[in-house]
Design a binder for this molecule. Structure first.
Ligand SMILES: NC(=O)c1ccc[n+]([C@@H]2O[C@H](COP(=O)([O-])OP(=O)(O)OC[C@H]3O[C@@H](n4cnc5c(N)ncnc54)[C@H](O)[C@@H]3O)[C@@H](O)[C@H]2O)c1
Length: 329
């Protein structure tokens, strides 16, 4: 459907969600109550699941995104498994609909770039669902470090194995969130990658310790795994003048500053807004669809984070190949 003309600006945007699993159900729930949006339908080949969600939310259920597109929508949320993002997003874009693609944007960088190019050619909005950026604690950290000279960032994202394993490991599934945060906090590209990954229990990597350097000189570290019995998500940022600690689950953000020669320092808890990150993300997406402005997480940014995540896996393989050649020599 064409972008709103000024005369029809107040019309609610007609939106659908494809892939009504864990994430898609959350998108649908939030959209159903978001002012300015009309949740027209949800799609899933598991029609019983789509039907259940549609009944609760009072919308239609169809079996796939082709069925959604027949309903004349302004935008579609793609929350199908990652390996389907590319084909589904291209169909949606080619139908002239704006699209929010869940993270990671695609399975490969080439696929991600094709999605970006298609959206640009069609003049539709493309946003990637890096929802952590809209976590109020993350936003409080970002505000606290604005204008400061950043030195290092350490992020921990650990927990137990997910109930249903997808076909990706922790780097693509979890670390990609934090790669996006590192790029966003620093406003800079990651130019050096030093990954260590291992598969302790699963076929894919389930532990990763990843180190980075950004073009602006910031050092960053991600500790992620599926082998911790409890969930933890923390961000620590060292700047020249302060140290900021954010707990992304309890949403407590603290900064230490005024370091004195006797070892004492000042500390304060920072105000953190109350908001559901997914609601904020979708509100920004719908605003961008309505205005034609750049969404807060562009397709290009989604591809850049995916590229770094994939390089963490390929760099390890290349390093192993180099070591083998050295041993053989
Ligand atoms: N932003 C986040 O924090 C976050 C969190 C979880 C998942 N995700 C992303 O969301 C996506 C889905 O993950 P999930 O955990 O909800 O998975 P899930 O397995 O719970 O749900 C996927 C759903 O897609 C459906 N599906 C399969 N083929 C389909 C098709 N052709 N068209 C439409 N639907 C189809 C499945 O039947 C299932 O209901 C993944 O890309 C994942 O990386 C993002």
């Amino acid at each position: 459907m064409a972008r709103d003309s000024a005369a029809s600006v107040a019309r609610p945007l007609r939106v659908g969600v494809t892939g009504i699993g864990i994430m898609g159900s959350n998108h649908a729930r939030v959209l159903a109550e978001l002012p300015g949006a009309e949740l027209v339908a949800v799609a899933d080949p598991d029609t019983a699941q789509a039907g259940r969600v549609a009944e609760v939310l009072g919308c239609q259920a169809v079996s796939d995104h082709h069925g959604l597109l027949e309903l004349g929508l302004d935008a579609v949320i793609v929350a199908a498994p990652t390996h389907l993002h590319h084909s589904v997003a291209l169909d949606v874009i080619n139908a002239g609909c704006s699209v929010l693609v869940e993270k990671p944007v695609a399975s490969t960088v080439e696929q991600g770039r094709e999605i970006v190019a298609a959206a640009r050619a069609k003049g539709v909005t493309l946003m990637v669902g890096h929802v952590e950026r809209f976590n109020p604690a993350v936003q409080a950290v970002k505000k606290a470090i604005e204008g400061e000279e950043l030195l290092s960032i350490a992020i921990t994202r650990v927990g137990p194995f997910p109930p249903r394993m997808s076909n990706v490991g922790v780097v693509i599934d979890l670390a990609v969130h934090d790669i996006d945060l590192i790029r966003w906090f620093t406003g800079s590209d990651i130019v050096e990658v030093q990954p260590q990954t291992s598969s302790a229990m699963a076929e894919r990597e389930d532990i990763a310790l990843l180190q980075f350097r950004t073009a602006s000189g910031v050092l960053a570290h991600i500790n992620t795994n599926w082998l911790t019995p409890f969930k933890a998500r923390t961000v620590h940022v060292a700047t020249r003048k302060k140290y900021v600690i954010g707990d992304l689950l309890t949403r407590q953000v603290t900064e230490c500053f005024d370091y004195r020669p006797d070892g004492s320092y000042s500390m304060r808890h920072l105000p953190v807004a109350y908001a559901e990150p997914l609601r904020t993300e979708l509100t920004h997406f719908l605003d961008a669809v309505r205005t034609g402005g750049t969404p807060p997480v562009s397709g290009e940014e989604g591809v850049a984070s995916l590229e770094i995540a994939i390089s963490c896996l390929t760099e390890r393989v290349e390093a192993a190949a180099r070591a083998k050649v050295r041993r053989a020599g």
